[in-house]
Design a protein. Sequence first.
Length: 291
Amino acid sequence: MGPFPSSRGNKYIHVAVDYLSKWVEAKALPTNDARIVCKFLKYLFTQFGTPHAIISDRGTHFCNDQFAKVMPKYGVTHCLSTAYHPQTSGQVEVSNHGLKRILERTVGEHRASWSDKLDDTLWAFCTAFKTPIGCTPYKLVYGKACHLPIELEHKAYWALKHCNYDLVTAGDHRKVQMNELNELRDQAYENSLIYKEKTKRIHDYKIKNRVFNVSDRVLLFNSRLKIFSGKLKTRWTRLFTVTQVFPFGTVKLSQIDGSNFKVNGHRLKHYFGGDIPLIVVSDLQTFPMDN
């Protein structure tokens, strides 16, 4: 994410999210070049081990020779989100949005202090309850509830009760928690699958089934109006012609000047141009108006 206002020389936040546990790792860095990204990934590998795969967008800081050499070295598969459907990286986009919202509420007017608040932001994000997995990321990773500093500071009764075990009792209790951890992760995986199936069902229900054929005239949705102010402007831009239809919803369009490009079909809608024909109604009867 970035660039942000300079904070102790840092302008970018590098974010990595575990796909199942929703555990987020973020670090404030001065640049987003390939060397910095590879260094950040090596830090993650030493802390959590090497993952099976990494999903990223097609930014130049991920698609370069240095990054391509590091991935085979650690045996990691690098997957890229398609340019026609960037929602593939929705997991990290949701995490980015959540981190930004927390930072907005913590930095206040002094935006240059965001790098100092990043650790607190991660703490709040990882100890929050996540509906898809049915627990907090902290509990899914460490197998126990997280005791917040404010609870220990005010000497909450339940915190003292759970923290002040003797060594033997605390050790036995921790062994039970470690044995229950695998069961907790299996349950979180099932909850995540159920949540995704429900979300997909709701998403597919709202999708309008639009079938495009070659030579159809269509309008293209202008997503830039979400970023730039476009009051009283239509979000459907100029007229295009369909030249080729690919599987899985990709459509190739042509413009008047002859240049072609590809888009996802959900950004298009049919254009029914032309004058509206007059409808002639014979034997038109009029009825008196009721008083």
